[in-house]
Ligand binder design. Structure first.
Ligand SMILES: Nc1ncnc2c1ncn2[C@@H]1O[C@H](COP(=O)(O)OP(=O)(O)OP(=O)(O)O)[C@@H](O)[C@H]1O
Length: 374
């Protein structure tokens, strides 16, 4: 799966940029503020329908424009697809896939598996569990056809459950009459059954997924962080010693008083420990970034092995906190998985080993203009 042509318009300082990238390595270099990360941001929009820098799409639109657009030609080996996205300042979105128009981001996000690694990537381990659940979901979404549907259904059920629990709260606090209690309990029995059913399906897939990426993760660590042997484990969102139904029952009174479900896959997490201690507590920022790199590479190793898919890998600011040896190992691993790499750097000298690769292109960015180096 390779991006063959990319056209970007009115995205930040990129007015009208056309790239014909290499199927292997693309180096995008230029001074601070020239627009390098904005090129990655544009490709990120094709993979996720959103930016990796802001949740406010309107700030990504060029100051003087009402919309930005990103179009690409995607070569999937079986077919060539034309994919495009337009984002408007009023928050509207238009997707087009081979001439078919839609405004549903879900139509877009299954098309191109995109991974991104930035100087902030250590946040995956330092931040809230929700970012690690997103990591899990990305992996499953691209390898298990049923996962996106299961996960959407589960989220709808969770919303219903929480709404019912808030009604219980209102009854207990006297804001709502207790005469609805019986009806509420009948509804609750139905939604509890649905919740448990979908929760267990999602949990089984997530547990199996972590088991599948584990060997890749450990193998990548021997290259990227050989001095440590961290252990990765999956926390399903309820106590290990108990099944979900029992945990759920044990928390029923608490859930009613708090107005939300406190156990289940929406509380899942990935734990990485060194001699029993959370890795985020002991490793340096650079070491944490290597840990994240090993995890992301494990995802693309697995994606390739399980469903034969390759991904587009965005590597922003390669010079930040990665020593030369690590840069080379990281890039070698990405390329070994047949991913298409887009890497940004202030100067191309930050990637001196690039001469080892034949299939590469260099793009120089200056004030939002991009020139391919011949
Ligand atoms: N909505 C916008 N409209 C126009 N220009 C913008 C907008 N948002 C940001 N910019 C400018 O566009 C440029 C985008 O820079 P970008 O972050 O892509 O640079 P970069 O080359 O990656 O820089 P660095 O090396 O410092 O990370 C900056 O000069 C920024 O001030």
């Amino acid at each position: 799966m390779k991006l063959d042509k990319v056209h970007i318009q009115h995205l930040r300082n990129l007015d009208a940029v056309s790239l014909h990238p290499s199927s292997e390595i693309n180096i995008i270099y230029g001074a601070n503020g020239s627009g390098k990360s904005s090129i990655l941001e544009a490709i990120h929009y094709l993979g996720f329908g959103r930016s990796f820098r802001t949740s406010k799409h309107k700030n990504v639109v060029n100051y003087d424009a009402d919309e930005f657009s990103v179009f690409c030609t995607l070569d999937t080996l079986e077919q060539v697809k034309k994919i495009g996205l337009q984002r408007f300042k009023d928050d509207n979105v238009k997707i087009s896939i081979d001439g078919e128009h839609s405004n549903r981001l879900s139509d877009l996000v299954s098309q191109i598996p995109v991974q991104i690694f930035t100087p902030q990537s250590s946040d995956l381990l330092l931040g809230a569990p929700s970012s690690r659940r997103r990591f899990l979901d990305w992996g499953l979404f691209h390898v298990e056809q049923s996962y996106a549907g299961l996960s959407n259904t589960f989220l709808k059920i969770l919303k219903q459950k929480n709404a019912l629990l808030r009604k219980h709260q209102s009854i207990s606090s006297g804001k709502m009459s207790g005469k609805h209690n019986e009806e509420l309990i009948r509804e609750e029995v139905y939604w509890d059954g649905q919740f448990l059913h979908y929760a267990e399906l999602i949990d089984a897939l997530r547990e199996a997924y972590i088991e599948s990426i584990k060997p890749h993760f450990y193998a990548n660590l021997t290259q990227l962080l050989p001095e440590f042997s961290p252990e990765i484990s999956y926390y399903r969102g309820w106590e290990r010693s108990s099944d979900l139904r029992s945990s759920f029952e044990a928390k029923r009174v608490r859930n009613r008083s708090f107005g939300y479900v406190s156990v289940g896959p929406h509380k899942a997490d990935i734990k990485i420990r060194l001699k029993g201690v959370d890795a985020a507590e002991v490793l340096s920022r650079g070491q944490l970034r290597m840990l994240v790199a090993a995890l992301q590479l494990a995802q693309i190793n697995h994606l390739n092995e399980k469903v034969g898919k390759t991904c587009v890998f965005l590597l922003d600011d390669i010079g930040a906190e990665l020593d030369l040896g690590k840069r080379e190992k990281f890039i070698n691993n990405i390329i070994a998985n047949d991913a298409q790499l887009f890497v940004t750097a202030i100067e191309k000298q930050q990637i001196p080993f690039i001469s080892n690769y034949d299939n590469k292109k260099m793009f120089h960015v200056e004030h939002g203009h991009v020139k391919e180096e011949i």
